[in-house]
Design a protein around this ligand. Sequence first.
Ligand code: BTN
Length: 271
Amino acid sequence: MTDLLARSENVWQALVPRLPSFTVEVLPEIDSTNTELMRRARSGLLDPVLLVAERQTAGRGRLGRGWHSRPGQSLTFSLGLPMAPVSWSGLSLVVGLSLAEQLDPQIQLKWPNDLWLQQRKLGGILVETATHTGNASDDAGRRLVVVGVGINIARPEAAAVQPPTSEAGAAVAPVVPPAGLAEVRMGVTAGEALELLAAPLVHDLLRFEASGFAAFRSRFARLDALDGQPVRLSDGTEGQAQGVDAEGALLLQTRDGLRRITSSEVSVRPC
Ligand code: BTN
């Protein structure tokens, strides 16, 4: 039995008392764990599920980007959980916070939910929701949250990192090589990381469902890598990051005043 399979079994045992219909699956290969759970949700499968893949052939990132990870040297999984919170604001921040707190005290969050280690990206999160529109009346209004997580376990080599390119193919930004969890947790495996993260993530999501982002705001502030930093948005706006508000929006002090930035709009970089 692979390490990932054995650790997934431990995750199932830890969570099934809290989530009786919970299942765990480990696949050698799939296009994308998020895409698969969204497909299943559309066909009416809304039970809690953890889907782990050793390899993704079409991994997806935020803002329509791809997500490339190296088999055996990264952890890729999606957690599907039916939820009905009063407000969805701040959900993706809670996911990043939950993971960062479990992984290592050196890990910070780059709003909205990138995991950062020493100013480099360690992992990313893609949160999507699906509503089943089938005929069964007991499914009406149920929504499945699909939380996709990709974490580098080994530190990716600089040569393996493709710089973003313009349409003409010229590099548009210098590449900062990503970080790997093994830099701070020597010898860690993807299975160990999964076992460390999955149950606390479910518990934090259930707490979010009951209490919203307010219950997490001060915890987020402690790990906020951008707080007080000059930043530039992908739409060109520059300002100083001033933490997040009660809904999880980034507060940006610009020349024209304080702006609230919500995670779906833009990407943010320190400058
Ligand atoms: C980002 O930083 O842009 C988010 C990356 C999210 C990647 C994970 S890997 C597991 C899950 N399946 C996907 O296709 N994407 C997420």
